[in-house]
Structure formats: structure tokens, C-alpha cells
Design a protein around this ligand. Structure first.
Ligand code: LHQ
Length: 267
């Protein structure tokens, strides 16, 4: 049986995914990348799962690609050709990043420690990013002669603007959670001891909300970054029309008028 490098728990309507290679700061092997993608597929397919929460076991969220993995480890044999690491992106990171970004439910990251390289990209690709005060974000790529990947070049300038994105990516310095929050890179920083309870409460709150509207909000915002103002207004009208026909709007508005708690069910 393959090593259990991802721990999966169902907590009500929340699917908790815990990266589990603490001895290597949850660095991504092909095994872990495959298990994470499979777990996202399975959460997406499960009608009873209405939010996914991703965190790391031990003192890190993830140190990014495992540099000792045979797929990427430098060729040390004299004359041996370097490996094509683009292959790993094509077959593991791109499908993972696309799956994460197109989940039919909101995805929360609870960043419990360092998130470096592709580990930072995975965290920042989530819809809400909560971090413990001792967590940090490192664009480690430049230090080993690489460029940000797993969506890093797309995410960073959109989150913090070109100047800070380039500063982070070029220097590769450690950014503390409080500074990440101040820059708008992440949603919220919490005392370490409160992180998991707060992240779970946030995930449970999202799980009780109108899932389809939350997901369409993410899609609309990502799309709007490519649009001019008028195109965005028109796209909102198309999506809002669809939302208006859906059960959750009928239920949400009726519950408000009836002064009762809504029971959302669309996904
Ligand atoms: C690790 C790693 C690691 C293996 C810590 N690998 N063992 C995509 C596709 C294709 C190719 C390449 O890349 C990519 C995307 C990427 O993600 S590239 C970026 C890869 N990540 C890095 O370069 C980060 C490397 N790690 C670090 O710089 C440090 O470990 C950080 C700053 C994250 C944490 O530092 P410390 O808290 O001082 O911990 P440590 O360095 O002592 O690490 C603890 C253990 O974890 C240690 O093992 P050991 O057996 O000595 O206890 C490390 O070797 C291991 N580890 N990161 N990426």
C-alpha cells in the first residue's frame, strides 16, 4: 500500500485534507500531489461536502516540491542529462492547480507554518487563506534558479500588485503572516493556538451558505480581472439571472422575509 501522505477527515459538511509528510515539512512528492488531486476530485464529487479545508501536519504547511524526489533531483552522474521538470508541472501541478481553482465548493487554507515554493502557490490558490501568527510565505523558487509556478506568476501580482510580487519572487525572503495579511496576500492571521478552530468554524460557516453563489463569486471575480468595467457589469447580469432562478435565492430571500434561518441546498 502506498504511504498515507494525505490525511482525510469528514467533519460534517467540511472535508479536511491534511498534508502529512511532517519530517520533510510536507514537501510535495508525486505521491502526495496525486493523493491531493484525487482527494479534491472526491470532495468535488461528494454532494454532502460543501467546503474543503487544507492544512499541514506538524510545523509546516508545505515546503513546496520535494527536491529529493527522483523526478526533480539534480542529475549528479557525470554526463547525465538534466531531467525535464516541466513534465512534473504538466502532469501534476497544472491539473492540481486547475482542480483547486475550479472546485464546486469553497476551499479554505489553514496555513499552520511555512508555505514555500509550490506550497505557497497551493495555499494562495485557495479561496480564503487563514494563517497562524508563526506561519510564513517564501517564494523559494529564485533561490534554486526557478520561476514561481503552480500559478504563482498569476496569483502574486493579482494579490499584492507587481511591485510587491516581484520583490517577493526575486528576493525569495521569508514573509511573516502578519505582513502577508497587511499586504493583502492572505485573508487573516490568528494566534497559532486558535488557527484550526477558527479555520474549521470558517469552513463550517461557508458550508452552511449558498455554495453555488459562493463559487460563482470566485469565478466572476477571476473573470472580471480580464474584463473592462462594462463587460464585467454585463457578465454579472448574466450570472445573477442564473442565480435568481436557482433554489438558493428563492430560499434565501424567502427566509429573510419570513425572519427564519435559510436552508440552502444548491451546489
Ligand atoms: C525538504 C524540503 C523540500 C525536500 C524542507 N524538499 N526536503 C515544481 C516542479 C518542479 C521542480 C521544482 O519545483 C517546483 C516548485 C517548487 O516548489 S520549487 C521550491 C521548492 N522548495 C524549496 O526550495 C524550499 C526548500 N526548503 C527550505 O528552504 C527550508 O526547508 C524552509 C525555509 C522551507 C524551512 O526551513 P527550516 O525551518 O530551517 O527547516 P529545514 O530546512 O531544516 O527542513 C526540515 C527538513 O525538511 C529537512 O530535512 P532533514 O532530514 O534535514 O531534517 C529538509 O531537508 C526537509 N525539507 N524542504 N522542498
Amino acid at each position: 500500500m502506498s504511504e498515507q501522505t494525505l490525511l482525510i477527515e469528514q467533519l460534517g459538511a467540511v472535508r479536511l485534507l491534511r498534508l502529512n509528510r511532517p519530517e520533510a515539512l510536507n514537501a510535495f512528492t508525486t505521491g502526495l500531489l496525486g493523493q491531493l488531486r484525487q482527494a479534491l476530485e472526491s470532495a468535488a464529487a461528494d454532494a454532502d461536502t460543501r467546503c474543503v479545508l487544507i492544512t499541514g501536519a506538524g510545523r509546516a504547511f508545505s515546503a513546496g516540491q520535494d527536491l529529493a524526489d527522483p523526478h526533480v533531483a539534480p542529475s549528479r552522474e557525470p554526463g547525465a542529462p538534466p531531467k525535464d521538470i516541466g513534465h512534473l508541472l504538466e502532469h501534476y501541478y497544472i491539473p492540481l492547480a486547475l482542480r483547486l481553482r475550479s472546485m464546486p465548493v469553497p476551499v479554505v487554507a489553514a496555513v499552520n507554518g511555512v508555505a514555500a515554493g509550490a506550497g505557497a502557490s497551493v495555499a494562495l490558490g485557495c479561496d480564503l487563506v487563514l494563517a497562524g501568527e508563526s506561519a510564513s510565505f517564501i517564494q523559494a523558487f529564485s533561490k534554486i534558479g526557478l520561476i514561481p509556478d503552480c500559478g504563482g506568476t498569476w496569483l502574486l501580482p493579482r494579490l499584492v500588485g507587481r511591485a510587491k510580487a516581484l520583490e517577493m519572487a526575486l528576493l525569495g525572503d521569508k514573509l511573516k503572516a502578519a505582513d502577508a495579511e497587511r499586504l493583502g496576500l492572505i485573508s487573516r492571521v490568528l494566534p497559532d493556538a486558535e488557527l484550526m478552530d477558527a479555520a474549521l468554524a470558517t469552513a463550517q460557516k461557508l458550508a452552511a451558505m449558498p455554495t453555488r453563489a459562493l463559487v460563482e463569486t470566485r469565478i466572476a471575480m477571476d473573470e472580471a480581472l480580464k474584463f473592462d468595467f462594462e463587460t464585467a457589469l454585463k457578465r454579472e447580469a448574466v450570472l445573477q439571472s442564473q442565480m435568481g432562478f436557482a433554489y438558493d435565492y428563492q430560499e434565501g430571500a424567502a427566509a429573510f422575509l419570513d425572519k427564519r434561518k435559510p436552508q440552502f441546498r444548491d451546489r
